[in-house]
Write a protein that binds this ligand. Structure first.
Ligand SMILES: [Fe+2]
Length: 319
């Protein structure tokens, strides 16, 4: 099913003009981020950082750690993308060479940014098939957990799936969808969709549940927890439900949402009238991140034992 191309005529975001960075309406609040003085409105670094030998080693060690864990847990498109882009060739990949290869496959490129960038600038880059990747890499001290996305999370976690034609189209459409979310002041809702798909999504493959979310695939603990632990809920993705669901940013997820294919994800989102959906949405989230609803199509009701024992920092086992 993933091999199918999506019908552009059904894309509800297709007519959005993405030439310029979208205006930030007065009533829209985004997290205040201070742009380094030497950067333009696009927040792009003039070039990729020159990494030290130790920083390249950190990449290699993170890569080796994930490759012990991901086979059989990461989705097949991710594993194929890793191989196709040869991200394990040694050291932090060169964005230029990687982008050349990626462009020839799905038209995407990877561009360096210093840190998290504002939502509206992020949308603009995605809509133009540019994936902004954090330039810096974590240190040995933060090897096991880093909250701000670094080059390992961004490149290892996100870039392989950009080789998948349907997922690549979904990401660009997500960027275009940002214009609508800004217009309706519903960034939170759109962010929840990103969170539960691009960062923490699961996909049902023929031989079992696999991860495709970059937040899962770029760390060893959640790569196992997401697909094997008893604690978290695993629920079929329903867009109306997900955009109303709160999410956890600093710990393992209490709930994961599952798709059957990237084509299904595309049909449920890009071919959907979000103007109408936003019109019916309240400003905040309706559902707690541990909730299981009567209408949910449930694959697994979690015990929530990990969260109940105190989660990250408490010594609770991710079971
Ligand atoms: Fe990410």
């Amino acid at each position: 099913m993933e091999q199918l191309r999506i019908n552009p005529a059904k894309d509800t975001t297709a007519d959005i003009d993405v030439t310029d960075i979208p205006e930030l309406p007065d009533d829209v609040f985004i997290a205040p981020l201070e742009k380094p003085k030497d950067l333009g409105d696009d927040w792009l670094e003039p070039q990729q950082r020159v990494y030290t030998a130790e920083e390249h080693h950190i990449w290699d060690d993170l890569f080796a750690q994930q490759m012990e864990i991901l086979p059989g847990r990461a989705c097949s498109a991710f594993m194929a993308g890793l191989e196709r882009l040869d991200l394990g060739r040694g050291g932090v990949p060169d964005f230029g060479a990687m982008s050349e290869e990626l462009k020839s496959i799905t038209g995407w490129e990877v561009v360096p940014v210093p840190m998290l960038i504002p939502d509206h600038v992020f949308f603009w880059h995605l809509a133009n098939r540019r994936f902004p990747a954090g330039n810096f890499i974590r240190t040995r001290e933060t090897f096991h957990y880093i909250q701000e996305p670094d080059v390992f999370h961004d490149v290892f976690g996100h870039v392989p799936l950009l080789t998948d034609p349907v997922f690549a189209d979904y990401m660009a459409a997500y960027g275009r969808a940002g214009w609508k979310a800004l217009k309706h002041n519903r960034l939170k809702a759109l962010s929840a969709l990103y969170w539960y798909t691009v960062e923490f999504g699961l996909i049902l493959e023929e031989d079992g549940m696999r991860s495709y979310g970059a937040g899962i695939l770029s760390g060893p603990t959640e790569a196992v927890f997401a697909v094997e632990a008893e604690s978290p809920n695993r629920i079929h993705l329903d867009v109306d439900r997900v955009v109303r669901t709160d999410y956890t940013i600093s710990d393992l997820q209490p709930t994961y949402f599952v798709i059957e294919s990237f084509a299904e994800l595309f049909h449920m989102t890009v071919e959907r009238d979000f103007n109408d959906l936003y019109g019916r949405l309240g400003a905040g989230f309706t559902y707690a991140n541990q909730a299981v609803l009567d209408v949910d199509r449930v694959y697994h009701i979690g015990t929530q034992e990990y969260a109940q024992r105190g989660g990250r920092g408490s010594g609770a086992q991710p079971v």
